[in-house]
Design a protein around this ligand. Structure first.
Ligand SMILES: [Zn+2]
Length: 247
């Protein structure tokens, strides 16, 4: 690995996945095998589950929000936040697949949550689509509250399986990918959507691309210039702390 040696006006885009929150005690949220305190996350992460049992889904996501609120950002979240804060406003964008809010709590200034957030509710009525902060996870709220605008029962503002990404988030992600000179994907396999598509986009834009993950991409992904194997909480502080603007 060459040192990063980035000019002060460089634009850097991160993509982070579930692997970055494992050291905070949160298992991968989406995908098979995701268990948060023995609750099967995948069972509650589909549009079908929401349609079948909206109250059960609401309670499960309240439970996950409480676990996320109790978790603490780890060295990977802190390294990215410090790196971003040391660079000019808006030049570092964090695109995350995680819904746990840990990047923001570490102080990262510009986060695009492409899978939404456990800490927001939204109106399921397309014409309304109001969004409000979720009630505090420690508060006793067992049923979805009504939309303040139209009265429909609110749901958590997260992207379930079989749902589309929010177009505004997708646009923000695309802009950050097209503008960046360095793209770092961390805690994600690098071979499935969105990482596979996003690295290609950054590569087309001429960015240097780095994957930080426990395992190499399989099959190999030719769009990554460098693959650094290891835990995000070990690799990112070493990689980003070497930035002349943060050391
Ligand atoms: Zn509404």
């Amino acid at each position: 690995m060459h040192p990063l040696a980035l000019p002060v006006d460089a634009r850097i885009t991160f993509l982070t996945g579930a692997g970055i929150s494992v050291a905070s005690g949160l298992r991968p949220y989406r995908g098979p095998g995701g268990l948060w305190n023995e609750v099967d996350v995948a069972a509650w992460a589909t549009a079908e589950a929401l349609a079948r049992d909206p109250i059960g889904c609401f309670r499960a996501h309240r439970h996950f929000a409480a676990l996320a609120a109790a978790a603490q950002p780890n060295a990977a979240h802190h390294a990215i936040a410090a790196f971003a804060r040391a660079r000019p406003e808006g030049h570092v964008v964090v695109i995350t697949q995680n819904v746990d809010g840990l990047h923001q709590r570490a102080g990262a200034p510009h986060v695009v949550e492409i899978h939404g957030s456990l800490f927001r509710l939204r109106c399921p009525e397309e014409r309304c689509a109001a969004r409000i902060p979720a009630p505090d996870p420690s508060a006793r709220v067992d049923e979805p509250p009504p939309c303040p605008r139209c009265g429909a029962k609110l749901r958590h503002d997260i992207v379930l399986f079989d749902e589309y990404l929010d177009p505004a988030d997708e646009r923000a992600a695309k802009e950050a990918l097209r503008a960046c000179q360095l793209f770092v994907a961390a805690g994600t396999s690098g071979v499935v959507f969105p990482a596979a598509a996003y690295v290609r986009e950054a590569d087309y834009a001429g960015a240097r691309t780095i994957l930080v993950n426990l395992e190499p991409p399989s099959p190999p992904n030719p769009y990554f210039d460098d693959v650094v194997l290891g835990r995000a909480e070990d690799v990112l502080p070493a990689l980003l702390g070497a930035d002349p603007l943060t050391s």
